[in-house]
Design a protein around this ligand. Structure first.
Ligand SMILES: C[S@@+](CC[C@H](N)C(=O)[O-])C[C@H]1O[C@@H](n2cnc3c(N)ncnc32)[C@H](O)[C@@H]1O
Length: 276
């Protein structure tokens, strides 16, 4: 059984977060800040591969070509190329340890995409993993806090919508994930909040913290035999994630700590793929 006290462990200053989040989250939702960004266009310059250290530029090029990142009608900043190569690398590592049978079409959902800065990597991986011809991917993102406003005075929603213009089969839903029984072949959860501490520090109100319920809704929404990819930060979170899976009766196909040459993080990063 899950240790709820551990899950909901808080620090004294989290009462301040709680108070702040209970005020500014509803306000953000009420204002629903949208200031459309122009559609992205393909840059006439080639991708900024030189943002990577020289010894890994060759493997970055191979990864980019394997998943046709260079053919997208998008331009990439150094940061965008770095994170997209990171997510492509992680997905490649994860799926090299298991065998999945994906058909010519795929229905997928990503829960908690933030502003979807890694959307190109995700779509290209789902389209081209073990496929020479791109499969038809319909991908829905569900973000519970889409109207957080950045320093450029555009919201997460604006940035995500701008990314979506490059991918006709992709929709960004500015709302929490809700259960849709056996709808999805693939579910994605990159760094979900399992500890109340993280949930509060990222600005969400305590009343919305229920990782077990969210896990149950996702489990129900996965098709039998479907693929559910989860990334976690830190061993404690990964261990807790495994407990959630064990309680649900779903099956872990692979689970391991990973590293990527494209980005280094202080906390360890863990991957898991489950199915039902
Ligand atoms: C740690 S962030 C991960 C962001 C991104 N996936 C990444 O790889 O960096 C977790 C995200 O999940 C969102 N989130 C939390 N609960 C959610 C829910 N029930 N439905 C949809 N999004 C949720 C949060 O608002 C936040 O943007």
């Amino acid at each position: 059984m899950m240790n709820k006290r551990f899950l909901e462990g808080m620090y004294p200053w989290h009462w301040v977060y709680q108070l702040r989040n209970s005020l500014d989250f509803p306000l953000r939702s009420l204002i629903s800040w949208k200031r459309p960004l122009p559609a992205l266009e393909k840059s006439t310059n080639s991708l900024p591969i030189s943002c990577f250290p020289y010894p890994i530029q060759g493997q970055a090029k191979t990864l980019i070509q394997q998943f046709h990142l260079n053919e997208l009608p998008l331009s990439f900043t150094d940061f965008q190329l770095g994170v997209n190569c990171y997510y492509l690398d992680v997905l490649t590592q994860v799926f090299s340890t298991i065998k999945v049978e994906w058909g010519a079409t795929l229905r997928a959902a990503d829960v908690g995409p933030s502003d979807w800065f890694y959307l190109p990597a995700l779509v290209q991986f789902l389209s081209y993993h073990q496929a020479l011809q791109a499969r038809e991917v319909s991908l829905e993102g569900f973000e519970i806090d889409p109207y957080r406003v950045y320093a450029d005075l555009h919201s997460r929603f604006d940035h995500a919508q701008q990314q979506c213009t490059a991918f006709p089969g992709v929709i960004y839903h500015p709302r929490a994930f809700h259960e849709q029984p056996e709808k999805y072949d693939v579910l994605i959860q990159f760094f979900p909040f399992l500890f109340l501490k993280d949930h509060l520090e990222w600005g969400l109100p305590r009343s919305l913290f229920d990782p077990e319920k969210l896990f149950g809704s996702l489990a129900s929404s996965l098709k039998p035999g479907g693929t559910w990819v989860i990334l976690n930060q830190g061993n404690a979170e990964h261990t807790l994630q495994k407990e959630l899976v064990a309680v649900s009766g779903l099956k872990i196909l692979t689970a391991f700590e990973f590293q990527s040459v494209y980005k280094h993080y202080e906390k360890s990063h863990w991957a898991m793929v489950i199915t039902k």
